[in-house]
Ligand binder design. Structure first.
Ligand SMILES: Nc1ncnc2c1ncn2[C@@H]1O[C@H](COP(=O)(O)OP(=O)(O)OP(=O)(O)O)[C@@H](O)[C@H]1O
Length: 236
């Protein structure tokens, strides 16, 4: 279980960021973070993965506290940022070897996962090229492969579908569902509400740094679409 309690992260000298976030994600949950531009989704995700220090609150994954045991917490995590800025001077396979060794993925398992994921995401033939020669979508696919390698318990993705071609998007939606069914917890931010409505069982709507809606998807969209709810909740 991922448990976030009264998380607060405000950028220095501003009143922007996340003001109060409390959330529980159970094993098998796929949770959508939605909200207007600038609402605080990326800030919240960066705090949850330990990139942004936060001044208040608790984040714990299976009772491992991010602040007191960051190394253990991060070993259970797979994170894809909104911008796939990765080591440009490495070749694709060098990057994957690097990530595999950081997470101490056993050799056989590493090879199996790389074979499967590069095949599915059509990156096999490009692994010997420098990452600097990759397109945006290819870098994104390489990051996705790298985060799935160690079978993370918590998968955090910041706008993962932006820039992915339809084949890669199809693979990603299936892969997230498959991994959630096997017990992983997934949170991803998105503006693509139709996909979120289809694959997520929980939705958190953030507006102006605060949680406005935190509901099970099935209950929330019983009478209205997620788009209609979004427009009503965020009307100025
Ligand atoms: N490094 C920073 N320093 C100061 N303010 C920041 C910083 N990063 C983000 N902000 C501000 O914090 C607020 C939340 O930004 P954030 O990027 O978390 O929003 P978001 O919900 O991810 O938006 P989008 O949907 O546009 O990606 C915004 O007002 C933004 O301007």
């Amino acid at each position: 279980m991922l448990s976030i309690t009264n998380l607060r992260k405000i950028y220095k000298g501003t009143d922007k960021g996340i003001k109060d976030l409390t959330l529980t994600i159970e094993n098998g949950d796929i949770c959508a973070f939605i909200g207007p531009n600038g609402a605080g989704k990326t800030t919240a995700l960066k705090a949850i993965v330990g990139i942004h220090p936060y001044e208040q609150g608790t984040i714990a994954l299976n009772d491992i506290n991010l602040q007191t045991d960051p190394q253990k917490f991060k070993s259970m995590l797979g994170y894809s940022p909104d911008n796939p800025d990765i080591y440009e001077n490495l070749r694709g396979y060098e990057y994957l070897n690097f990530i595999g060794s950081i997470y101490a993925v056993p050799n056989q398992k590493f090879q199996q996962e790389v074979d499967y994921l590069t095949e599915q995401l059509d990156l096999k033939k490009s692994l010997s090229q420098l990452i600097s020669s990759y397109s945006h979508g290819m870098k994104q696919r390489l990051v996705l492969i790298s985060i799935f390698l160690h079978n993370p318990e918590l998968i955090i993705l910041d706008e993962p579908f932006v820039g992915l071609d339809p084949n890669a998007s199809y693979f990603l939606t299936n892969e997230l569902q498959k991994r959630a069914q096997a017990g992983a917890k997934v949170i991803y931010s998105t503006h693509v509400l139709e996909v979120a409505e289809k694959i997520c069982n929980r939705v958190v709507l953030i507006d102006n740094g605060k949680v406005k809606v935190n509901r099970l998807m099935q209950e929330l969209v019983a009478k209205e679409t997620l788009g209609e709810i979004f427009r009503r909740e965020t009307a100025r």
